[in-house]
Every structure is written in C-alpha cells, then in structure tokens.
Ligand binder design. Structure first.
Ligand SMILES: CC(=O)N[C@H]1[C@@H](OP(=O)(O)OP(=O)(O)OC[C@H]2O[C@@H](n3ccc(=O)[nH]c3=O)[C@H](O)[C@@H]2O)O[C@H](CO)[C@@H](O)[C@@H]1O
Ligand SMILES: C=C(OP(=O)(O)O)C(=O)O
Length: 455
C-alpha cells in the first residue's frame, strides 16, 4: 500500500453511490495465517485483503521462519512453515503494539518449539482488553508464563495436554487460543461458553482441512480431539461482514446507494434485520448485497450489542452515525466493550445529540452496569451534521468519522486516517469510486489512484 498523508479534508453532503468489493475478513485472515504455523506442509490462503493486520502477521510469521509468497491468483498467499525450527528470531520487539494477533502465536509456537515470546499487543482502544482468559487457558494446557518488561515468555516443558475449560465470557480471541492450542495437544479438550462468531467457524474449517478433529455442540461447547500432526490447507477466507456493514451504514447516513460485492447474507442476518428496522433498504443476490436509503425518514431503534448471533459490536459505531439521522430517540447498549461509545463525543461537536449513561439502558443488564462505564447511549435525531476537526480514536470509530464527515454540511478535517488501513482495504480509492469529495493535503494528486492500483 502506498504511504499517504495522515489528514483528510472531507467535503460532505454528497450521497455515496456505486459499487465496492469486500475481500477476506480482517478477523479471520490473520488467524488462518497463524494456523499455517501448525502444519507440516505449505498452506494456501485465498481472498486475502491488503490491510495492515495482514502485513503485521506476515512479518511475524516470516520472523519465525515461515516463507510467505504470493500465490497464483490475486489475493492468494502461500505459507510454508517447514523451516520454523531453524529460524533465528530477532527484532520481535518491533512488532509490539501492532495488533492483537501475536497472542495467538502461543499455542502453535509452544507445539513447534516448546517456547514462545509474545510482544505487547495492540488493537483498538475501546476498553481494558485484558488477556487473562488467554493465559488461564494456556496454563490449563500445561504452559508456564513469565511476564517480562517487553512482553510475555512462555514455555511448555512437556507436550501440552487437552483439558476441560469454561470461559467466563464467550471471548473470540480466547476461543481461538483454545482451538489453535488444542488441535495438537494430547487428548481431548472440551471448551464450554465458547464464542461462535462466523470467523471462528471459518477458522475451524481451516483447521479441519489441516487434519484436526473439532465438533461444535448447540450449547456453545466445542470439543477438540488432539492429533499428532497437521498438514497444510487450501482455503478461501469468508468475506468481511464488518467492512460490508460499515459501507451499508455509509449508504444510509449519506442517503446513498452502495452495492457491496462479496457481502454475504448468512453472516450478516442480524445486521440486515436491524438495518431494515432503521428503514434502510437492501437487496441480496449471489454476488453481494445492495444497500440504500429509500427516501423518507429513518426510524429510531433500541439496539444492544452482543456476542454472535447477537448484534456484533464492530457494527455499532458506523450504525450510530446513521442513527443521528433517524427520527426520535434511539437507545444503544454496548455490552462487549466498556468504552466503545467514547467516539460519540466528536459527533456531538458536529451537531449530533448523543447522551451517554452508566446504566444498562434497553434489554438486559451487562457486565458493565455496576462499574461506572459510560456504555449506553441515547441518540436523538434527526440532526443536521456540520463539518468539524476530528481525530480518529480507533478503527471503526475512524470509519464512522469518515461517514459523519461525508454526511455533514461543509468540510471536515479528519486526523489519523492511517489507522483505518488496519482493517479497511484501500478505503480511499473505494470512497473516490463512490463519488466522495475529499483531499489529501500535501499528498501528490495521484496518491489515491496509486493506492487503488497497489490493492
Ligand atoms: C482481531 C479480532 O478478531 N478482533 C475481534 C475480537 O477481539 P477479541 O478477540 O480481542 O475480543 P474478545 O471477544 O476476546 O473480547 C470480548 C470481551 O471479553 C473480554 N476479555 C477477553 C479476553 C480476556 O482474556 N479477558 C477478557 O476479559 C474483553 O475485555 C471484552 O470485554 O472479537 C471482538 C468481539 O467480537 C471484536 O470486536 C474484534 O474485532
Ligand atoms: C476491535 C476491532 O479490532 P481489534 O480486535 O483488531 O482491535 C475491530 O475490528 O473493530
């Protein structure tokens, strides 16, 4: 991807119209790449987007001796893990703070090398994001963990052993940690209260292709029978349902019409129901989903984020921008991340009426209700948004600010747009193709088109 200036001038007031394409899911692709580390032969991953989280994991895998090359078709990676044991791992600190994925290297490295060093994690600043569940489960498998200044050092004196685990909360990353560790552990692992997001199912598909034995019960229990050896896989990553929903929200907030090629109904059913309740229109075909604002007022709704099959937390921020245009009072209860509504203060500067509350508003009581977190919002609309100076706080919040700036009257100056490259492939070229008006001050005129050509 071409380096671009980090400030964007957005001239709002034009509906986004046209077509964009989403490729493999940010929350699956890097993990499927880590899974390749478990194999005794090369793997082939297709539909890989050019986003920063993929580049970070590619760099980490290469550091550990995995050869990563482009495959035959665009977006295909061939990952060869056959020389991991002889790798000379240096400069791993350079990857500190880069993404959340390094924590998932624990199981595969412990199996292959008997030890692992995990640098400090990155990821979005939307809550405390502890990793206690991860370390608790790794200890249950038999690993020892030592905290060091610059990260965590793990050892497995013997082969890891399958165990019985119940997660305190259906955490996505911890479920993946268990999967990536249990597949080569000795004996059976039973994981209850597991997360069952579509990206987890796709990771299970990858592991099954490699030779793993994994079954899933209807009550969020996953059973894994460890095997002695895994092979490689050939897999096409599921499309990014989170990016697809972001573009859908952009269509609604700007009164536009966007065809999202690659979007799939199955993984977006909960989002589609909500989108329809707000008053958005969509049409599904074999290749993708068209999302548009059908005209007339939008409806205020009550919304609660939850683990799958509930309303995904990563869908929340972009949709809140659209809710500022709905008539009446919408209620949003964020139950997955305690600080994920912080991004709304900047929307207030643009003219949105959003009030945050510490109480659990709406459906049910959540973990954050008694803990002083502003995790419920009342959005009163419709409000005319005005351009403002915005500083991007996190990935989805950043995309939401772009949507707000595009829906607003006047010009916004959006700082920190590079963060969006972590999860949105080639977003500036996509915006340009949808008719958005923006400038990259100080960047050469061809910068956006050059980014498009690279992706
Ligand atoms: C790279 C990736 O796939 N990121 C996704 C993943 O993040 P990630 O896997 O980090 O999110 P989790 O599902 O683990 O987190 C859910 C909740 O569990 C808590 N928790 C988690 C682990 C732990 O050890 N202790 C603990 O308390 C977290 O603070 C949070 O409140 O799932 C989230 C929930 O769908 C998504 O928003 C992220 O986009
Ligand atoms: C929270 C997110 O990602 P991460 O877990 O990588 O920070 C996200 O994709 O919205």
């Amino acid at each position: 991807m071409t380096d671009i200036a980090d400030v964007l001038l957005v001239h709002g007031g034009t509906p986004l119209e046209g077509e964009i394409r989403v490729r493999g899911a940010k929350n699956l692709v890097p993990k499927a790449m880590v899974a390749a580390l478990l194999g005794s032969e090369p793997s082939r991953l297709r539909n890989v987007p050019d986003i920063r989280d993929v580049r970070v994991v590619r760099g980490l895998l290469q550091l550990h001796g995995v050869t990563v090359n482009a495959g035959e078709e665009p977006g295909e990676l061939v990952l060869d893990p056959t020389r991991v044991e002889s790798a000379n791992v240096a400069d791993i600190d350079a990857h500190a703070g880069s993404s959340r994925i390094p924590i998932l290297f624990c199981g595969p490295l412990l199996h292959r090398l008997g030890h692992a060093f995990i640098p400090g994690l990155g990821g979005c600043d939307i809550g405390g994001r502890p990793i206690d569940f991860h370390f608790d489960v790794l200890r249950r498998f038999g690993a020892t963990i030592e905290k060091r200044d610059d990260g965590q050092y793990l050892e497995a004196p013997q082969r890891l052993r399958g165990c019985k685990i119940r997660l305190p909360y259906p955490s996505v990353g911890s479920t993946e940690q268990v999967l990536l560790t249990a597949v080569l552990a000795e004996g059976v692992t039973e994981l209850s209260n597991a997360a069952v997001e579509p990206e987890i199912e796709d990771l299970i598909c990858v592991l099954q292709k490699m030779g793993a034995i994994i079954s899933m019960d209807t009550d969020r229990t996953i059973r894994i029978t460890g095997v002695d050896k895994l092979g490689g896989y050939t897999h096409r990553a599921i499309p990014d349902r989170l990016e697809a929903a972001s573009w859908a929200s952009a269509a609604l907030a700007t009164e536009g019409d966007i065809y999202v090629r690659g979007a799939q109904q199955r993984s977006m059913m909960t989002f589609l129901n909500t989108f329809r309740r707000v008053g958005g229109a969509f049409a599904i075909d074999d290749e993708g989903i068209r999302f548009w604002h059908p005209g007339g007022p939008l409806n205020a709704i009550a919304l609660e984020t939850d683990v799958h099959p509930g309303f995904q937390t990563d869908w929340q921020q972009p949709l809140v921008v659209a809710l500022t245009q709905a008539s009446g009072l919408s209620i949003v209860h964020e139950t997955v991340y305690e600080s994920r509504l912080g991004f709304t203060s900047a929307l207030g500067q643009m003219g949105a009426h959003i009030q945050l509350y510490r109480e659990c508003l709406g459906g049910s009581a959540c973990r954050f209700g008694q803990r002083n977190f502003l995790h419920s919002a009342v959005v009163s609309g419709p409000t005319k948004l005005q351009g403002a100076d915005l500083v991007i706080p996190d990935l989805r919040g950043g995309f939401s600010y772009l949507i707000a700036a595009l829906a607003a009257q006047g010009t916004s100056r959006v700082h920190g747009i590079d963060l969006i490259n972590r999860g949105y492939e080639n977003f500036l070229a996509k915006l340009e193709g949808l008719g958005a008006h923006f400038e990259l001050p100080g960047a050469p005129a061809h910068a956006v088109s050059a980014a498009a050509a690279v992706a």
